[in-house]
Design a protein around this ligand. Structure first.
Ligand code: MLT
Length: 329
């Protein structure tokens, strides 16, 4: 082999070794810069509350800031799209909720793959929902509220965070249970919507306890029921929907963490490790408990358990949404 050929061969083999080594090196150095956690709703809402608590704890374990980025709009699909289209290097993750199970059926023309566009990192928490209204609404209990909805129908304004949001889903279940439609007022998140409920400019909303508990305790809104089978310790005086006369009106909002599809498994594993550490943080458990929720057990916080749960929920909601015949596009 001539000297020139040998040098070309050695350069080529060095380059290929470097190429092969690059991903392994990137994985070994992960995270090499701050991680962006996309929250697909406006700041100040329940998803944002969960996300910021988890992000802060993950930052400690990862040794890099996990920076929350609120990308609201279109029922959480704009934020999900941002992450689905991000580089699969672990530095962009999505904290989203039950909307990941309803969006694949509700939205038929998305600019991203709502099912195959993500790697699951782990489940985070399940949050009860509460039915609340402006504090001067003309009803003092759920039976009176149901009568008011049936009487006034579309003259009542129902706030949500867009089609596909948990607040939208809960509203669908409520209107089905009461067999009456109301006028829906969409927001970029239920954080801004709560401001209008407190101001009395919008009538009612169904939202997660991570956003409503403190307002209910402060008396700035009127609460009618919690949408779980049993009462919750954070709001012991609030009846379940069944106890208040509306059986079957049950929904709780699960949250999970995702990375773009094709994010290398070692990076997903490292992100999962930081998530599990966050879920075991006593301060987070206390804050979650105060807001009516709790971290999921570690056994549910694996990528595989998350994916299986998510796929099952997509299958559960698909026929219900198709039967309702209401789609986002
Ligand atoms: C929803 O309604 O789906 C979200 O909880 C809204 C939000 O987090 O702002």
């Amino acid at each position: 082999m001539s000297l020139i050929t040998r040098r070309i061969f050695m350069a080529a083999s060095a380059a290929s070794t470097a190429t092969l080594a690059a991903p392994a090196l990137a994985q070994a150095n992960f995270p090499s810069r701050p991680v962006s956690m996309v929250i697909p709703f406006a700041a100040g809402g329940p998803t944002d509350t969960v996300g910021r608590l988890i992000a802060q704890a993950m930052s400690t374990d990862l040794g890099q800031p996990v920076v929350v980025e609120n990308v609201g709009g279109a029922g959480g699909t704009l934020g999900a799209q941002r992450v689905a289209n991000a580089r699969p290097d672990g530095h962009t993750v999505l904290l989203h909720h039950i909307g990941m199970a309803t969006i694949p059926t509700l939205y038929r023309r998305l600019a991203y793959d709502a099912i195959n566009g993500f790697e699951t990192i782990g489940l985070v928490t399940e949050v009860p929902m509460t039915l609340i209204a402006r504090r001067n609404i003309e009803a003092t209990n759920l039976a009176e509220l149901v009568a008011l909805i049936r009487q006034r129908g579309e003259a009542l304004n129902y706030a949500n965070a867009g089609i596909g949001a948990a607040s939208h889903l809960c509203g669908l279940l409520l209107m089905k249970a009461v067999d009456t439609r109301m006028t829906t007022v969409p927001y970029r998140g239920t954080g801004p919507a709560m401001n209008d409920i407190v101001a009395g400019t919008v009538d009612l909303m169904c939202d997660q306890t991570t956003n409503t508990t403190e307002q209910i305790r402060a008396g700035t809104v009127r609460a009618f029921a919690v949408t779980t089978p049993e009462r919750i310790g954070a709001l012991p005086d609030l009846p379940t929907a069944a106890q208040a006369g509306l059986p079957g009106f049950e929904v709780s909002v699960w949250h999970g963490l995702y990375a773009p599809r094709a994010t290398p498994a070692p990076i997903v594993a490292r992100l999962n490790q930081a998530l599990v550490k966050a879920l075991q943080d006593e301060g987070i458990a206390r804050r979650f408990a105060d807001l009516g929720t709790a971290p999921v057990p570690v056994a549910r916080a694996t990528p595989q358990a998350h994916r299986e749960f998510w796929q099952a929920d997509i299958a559960k909601w698909r026929p219900l949404i198709q039967a309702a015949g209401q789609f986002a596009d």
